[in-house]
Design a protein around this ligand. Structure first.
Ligand code: AMP
Length: 210
């Protein structure tokens, strides 16, 4: 099972990737998580990436392709994977094609989770992530201040500020939206309504991947 999750920031790709991973045992490959881990490590590369991520800009295609290619070579990807937040540009999708070309029994589905911009802005402004384990939390009034999985602090991502969210949406329209046609032409594109409950979106995804 080789799944590409497409959709604007805040569409629910990370949440659905975690559900697919839990139910089907294939790893979530989130380029955003990998980049944030690099920033957290405070390496020289991490310091450069921090500025790019905070501004909501895209990291270079070459670097992203290098990171993804070496990740997909790991043994846990042998039975499939979920790509979350990658590819985001046509050169990345073309680079991915070359990587996928080496996989036998490729079963590729590109699934767009579709959510209107205003809902994305509302969601992302409210979203918190656990500083410890990265779990995504949508706070309700009753939600505790700490992660219920690991006890870590729930914090707002630097790029989840309204101005940066709008910029990330513009970048999506310009650079990532063309991928919908890219995968439609390959006959592997599917779309689900991301405005439903998390469980209903997952049920739609399961109908596509089963
Ligand atoms: P995400 O967690 O997927 O929203 O990604 C957070 C940030 O990481 C993005 O706003 C970009 O700065 C960077 N990023 C993540 N994935 C990619 C990618 N495939 N190409 C370029 N930049 C990326």
């Amino acid at each position: 099972m080789h799944i590409i999750l497409l959709g604007t920031p805040g569409a629910g790709k990370g949440t659905q990737a975690q559900l697919i991973m839990g139910n089907y045992g294939i790893p979530q490959i989130s380029t955003g998580d990998m980049l944030r881990a690099e920033v957290k490590s405070d390496s020289a590369l991490g310091q450069q990436l921090k500025t790019v991520l905070e501004a909501g800009e895209l990291v270079s295609d070459d670097l992203i392709l290098q990171i993804v290619e070496s990740r997909l070579r790991k043994t846990d990807c042998a039975n499939g994977f979920i790509l979350d937040g990658f590819p985001r540009t046509t050169p990345q999708a073309e680079g991915l094609d070359i990587i996928l070309g080496k996989i036998e029994n490729l079963n590729l589905k590109a699934i767009e989770i579709s959510v209107p911009d205003e809902a994305v802005i509302r969601r992302l402004s409210a979203r918190r992530i656990c500083a410890g384990c990265g779990k995504i939390v949508m706070p309700q009034e009753s939600t505790p201040k700490k992660c219920d999985d690991c006890g870590g602090d729930l914090i707002q991502r630097d790029d989840d500020k309204e101005e940066t969210i709008r910029h990330r949406l513009d970048i999506f329209k310009e650079s990532t939206a063309p991928l919908i046609n890219f995968y439609r032409e390959k006959g592997v594109y599917h779309k689900v309504n991301g405005l439903q409950t998390v469980d209903a979106v997952f049920a739609d995804i399961e109908r596509i991947i089963k």
